[in-house]
Write a protein that binds this ligand. Structure first.
Ligand SMILES: Cc1cc2nc3c(=O)[nH]c(=O)nc-3n(C[C@H](O)[C@H](O)[C@H](O)COP(=O)(O)OP(=O)(O)OC[C@H]3O[C@@H](n4cnc5c(N)ncnc54)[C@H](O)[C@@H]3O)c2cc1C
Length: 530
């Protein structure tokens, strides 16, 4: 099949990929191709973000934002990049989301922007659209992209591997050149075939990896695809042990993984044991229920393990009048009610779940990775902003800022040469007749998820991590042979990416004996102070 040639290939269209594409599209001469494995371009982690996006609140300053980011990051956040986030972010929220894309945030009765407060923020500064902020943002961004004639959005297109030289080059002399990305092999789901997407620059924006865990807030596509592809291509990956667990997700059958936003605690919601005892002050005397999320997640985990509770409770009914509660949290209210819990009268049963990947593909302040012409932005990337633990509502902002920055860097470099079709071999599919067995894929995925949850979860130890590495390495061998012998589909591609991503996280966790932020080891003395 003939290849696609495009100036820039953006893999993933959540907030990071969409922001990059929108900025790149300002030059009408530049052709941008945006692919997503989902059938609907809006489907992404971004779509499910509830709480909101950070901006400058009243009586606020970039200095205060930086201070809060660094405090949450537990000594591992990169100050220079936290400053970029704090200084450029609020302007880009206004210019890109509100002015260019026409997105609107909630306002107070007198027409001013309404600033929400969230855990570990020293000021109310979170812009929101009820509790469905991400959905409103991504709808506005995708609609804006659809208005650009030089942007092509290709849904149901799963990236299988990055095309890099020397690895995929037909010229042996490229071995003497730096590793360079020339696009990606992409599985087009409707045609069931792999096509070469050749590009001058490639922006990886595939989001996180929550789905490699048994319990997660993340939707189906968050499988660590981009992390695995970049790692295989030779890009540097850092901080992979720092997986943030959200403290409060629904613990009701059929509602599993549904996130109860931290804004609920920000509005006065209190954590209680099932027998009605408040416990957060025992774990975080200074912050109580508004402690950083890793502290809250481990406190809940500890209460559950020590006392055998199946979950704890989050009571917001006594903090807000029913009308206000329904207005502020319409999605949470409706979802809980559909599962039999009226949050205006009853506490919500909650448990922690894997939520956000703080580590990722190393990038500099412009989103450049260690592979030439490959950029990484958003949750797949690690700019260092989040350090060992992310401050609530900063990830949408980071995706927006670095999506925009990567685009500006690509633009500043002028048109980059696109590899000729003859220089890159076609994907070899000849002779593969057998379809992937969905039962095997489901079972292997479940094994990865259980292994990660139990051995590479909230509380880790050398023994658990060694066991995880052994099991995952064994499984990877099986999956690799299965992958080579079977016709591709999206689930099989995801399984291969997931086992690789799980190994990256487990290896990093095994290697790092110091507890810090959301990486917690109960078998070593080296605990970095929060
Ligand atoms: C329930 C929930 C609530 C959250 N609430 C907040 C919040 O209030 N504030 C905040 O700041 N953050 C929040 N977050 C985190 C935030 O939503 C994410 O970190 C952010 O949206 C990531 O954006 P992204 O553009 O990097 O990736 P995503 O939005 O996840 O987009 C990834 C894109 O990559 C595509 N993709 C993946 N693999 C492939 C592949 N192999 N080939 C092609 N395409 C691929 C996907 O289809 C998708 O289009 C929340 C997350 C969740 C899950």
């Amino acid at each position: 099949m003939s290849p696609i040639h495009t100036d820039v290939l953006v893999i993933g269209c959540g907030i990071a990929g969409a922001s990059a594409a929108l900025q790149l599209a300002q030059d009408n001469q530049r052709q941008i191709t945006l692919i997503t494995r989902a059938a609907d371009a809006e489907e992404s982690n971004t779509r499910y973000a509830q709480g909101g996006i950070v901006t400058l609140g009243e009586d606020d300053s970039p200095d205060l934002i930086v201070k809060d980011v660094l405090a949450a990051g537990a000594g591992l956040s990169l100050p220079a990049n936290a400053r970029i986030l704090a200084e450029e972010g609020p302007r880009l929220v206004r210019e890109v989301i509100m002015e260019t894309a026409g997105g609107a945030f909630d306002r107070t009765p007198d027409g001013q922007l309404a600033f929400g407060r969230e855990a570990a923020h020293s000021r109310p500064r979170i812009l929101h659209v009820g509790d469905a902020t991400g959905k409103a943002i991504i709808q506005a961004l995708i609609a804006a992209l659809r208005r650009r004639p030089n942007v092509r959005i290709v849904p149901s297109a799963t990236a299988v591997d990055l095309i890099t030289f020397p690895h995929h080059s037909s010229d042996p002399l490229t071995v003497y050149e730096p590793i360079t990305c020339h696009g990606a092999y992409v599985f087009e789901q409707p045609q069931r075939t792999v096509r070469r997407y050749l590009a001058g620059a490639t922006v990886l924006a595939t989001g996180g990896l929550g789905r490699i865990y048994r319990y997660t807030t993340n939707p189906r596509g968050a499988r660590g695809d981009g992390l695995a592809m970049a790692y295989r291509a030779g890009a540097r990956v850092i901080n992979a042990e720092y997986v943030q667990f959200h403290p409060t997700t629904l613990a009701i059958e059929d509602g599993e993984g549904f996130l109860i936003s931290e804004a609920v605690r920000g509005e006065g919601g209190r954590l209680l044991t099932p027998d009605g005892r408040r416990f957060m002050a025992d774990y975080a005397p200074k912050w109580g229920d508004l402690a950083p999320r890793d502290v809250v997640a481990r406190a809940i985990h500890h209460e559950m393990i020590e006392r055998g509770y199946p979950h704890v409770l989050l009571d917001v009914s006594s903090a807000m009048p029913p009308d206000r509660l329904r207005e502020r949290f319409p999605t949470i209210y409706a979802r809980c009610l559909s599962l039999g819990v009226d949050i205006t009268r009853q506490p919500i049963p909650v448990v922690p779940a894997a939520h956000y990947f703080c580590g990722g593909v190393w990038t500099d302040e412009w989103g450049r990775t260690t592979v030439q012409n490959l950029y990484a932005v958003g949750e797949v990337a690690c700019t260092g902003v989040h350090g060992a633990n992310r401050l609530a509502s900063t990830s949408l902002l980071e995706g927006l800022v670095w999506g925009n920055r990567a685009a500006r860097d690509v633009a500043a470099r002028g048109p980059l040469p696109i590899a000729a079709a003859e220089a890159v071999p076609r994907w070899e599919e000849e002779g593969l007749e057998e379809d992937a067995d969905p039962a095997l894929i489901w079972r292997d995925m479940r094994t990865i998820q259980h292994t990660m949850w139990h051995y590479v979860g909230l509380v880790r130890s050398a023994r658990r991590l060694a066991r995880a590495l052994r099991d995952l390495n064994h499984l990877k061998q099986d999956i690799d042979s299965f992958y080579r012998a079977t016709r591709l589909n999206d689930a099989l591609i995801g399984l291969r990416h997931s086992v690789q991503a799980a190994l990256i996280v487990a290896e990093a966790a095994h290697h790092n004996r110091v507890s810090r932020g959301c990486h917690y080891r109960d078998d070593t003395k080296g605990t970095a102070a929060l």
